[in-house]
Design a protein around this ligand. Structure first.
Ligand code: NAD
Length: 286
């Protein structure tokens, strides 16, 4: 089924979240231009987006009769110029986000929605780097976006009403529900979750419980779908450490200082699912 849409989404960053958001959009019939500074990432992204769309259709999370939106991959930021919305999903480092947001917001038309998918950087801090702060909001998509259909929608102090409305319209087109929250380091989810992952890693570091036991009490006793360490592996432990640094620097709260075990795993390249090993093993798993 071909759907009429005038939307064209630019996604900045072709990593875990950028490819996931691109898959949700093209699978919903919306054309996407996917930008990264790394050619190798882009080369892999096309196959990854196609894989996620196929899987989501197979599982019934995306309609198999919707004609997929076109996917363009590029390192040329100027290609975002015609987009009706820009979604930034680059590395959780301020320099990377500032560069991507400044470059993209300078080439899109005034009034074009600009979104950051940051895990923890306050939207008002990112607003300093865009051409028009009123056009910027935060949307915290979950991983993978085609499966988890509710997002945190973050209104910064300078986000305009029109941008919030545009974000709600875009989310409706992508089949996502939203919960509107205010600004601050980590917003709601990551202010709580990143600290929990850090504390869970510390419990393992202190020899109080194995990773299996930590997660088993969350799934078995509390009924959570996933324990904090499996969640950390799904997010990417490199991203968890970056987010903890963002939270520590902005709050001064020592509870956010990444524990040694997390730092050791990241140094060893054990990022979780995306590298095949983190707290748990994923070799051979897709
Ligand atoms: P990732 O490391 O998998 O991918 C980041 C990508 O950004 C890389 O491909 C990198 O080359 C690219 N990049 C860096 N600088 C760039 C620039 N200036 N322009 C274009 N591309 C650039 O990271 P990720 O896990 O996809 O996280 C992306 C963002 O989404 C982060 O802000 C993260 O905190 C947030 N987030 C992550 C998750 C998760 O579960 N992984 C969930 C919600 C939000």
């Amino acid at each position: 089924m071909s759907r009429q849409t005038s939307s064209r989404v630019a996604v900045l960053g072709a990593g875990v979240m950028g490819t996931g958001i691109a898959a949700l959009a093209v699978g919903s019939g919306v054309p996407v231009v996917l930008v990264d500074i790394d050619e190798e990432r882009l080369a892999k992204a096309r196959a990854e987006v196609a894989r996620q769309v196929r899987l989501a259709q197979f599982l019934g999370h995306l309609s198999a009769t919707t004609t997929a939106g076109e996917l363009e991959t590029t390192t040329d930021l100027a290609r975002v110029a015609g987009a009706t919305a820009v979604i930034e999903a680059v590395t959780e480092r301020m320099e990377a986000k500032a560069a991507a947001l400044a470059g993209a917001s300078a080439v899109v038309a005034p009034g074009t929605l600009v979104v950051s998918n940051t895990s923890a950087v306050p939207i008002d801090e990112l607003a300093q780097h865009v051409t028009r702060p009123a056009d910027l909001v935060g949307i915290h998509f979950m991983n993978p976006p085609y499966l988890i259909r509710t997002v945190e929608l973050i209104r910064g102090p300078r986000s305009g009403d029109a941008a919030i409305r545009a974000a709600e319209q875009l989310l409706a087109e992508l089949g996502q529900a939203s919960v509107l929250v205010g600004d601050g380091p980590g917003f709601v989810i990551n202010r709580i979750l990143q600290r929990a992952i850090n504390e869970a890693a510390r419990v393992v570091e202190e020899g109080i419980a194995t990773p299996e036991a930590v997660d088993a009490v969350f799934t078995g006793c509390l009924g959570h779908r996933s324990g904090p360490l499996a969640t950390g592996d799904l997010i990417g432990l490199d991203n968890v450490v970056d987010s903890l640094h963002v939270l520590l620097e902005r709050t001064g709260d020592e509870g956010y200082r990444p524990c040694e075990l997390l730092l050791t795993k990241v140094k060893a390249g054990e990022f979780g699912r995306k590298t095949g090993r983190g707290f748990f093993d994923y070799e051979g798993a897709q």
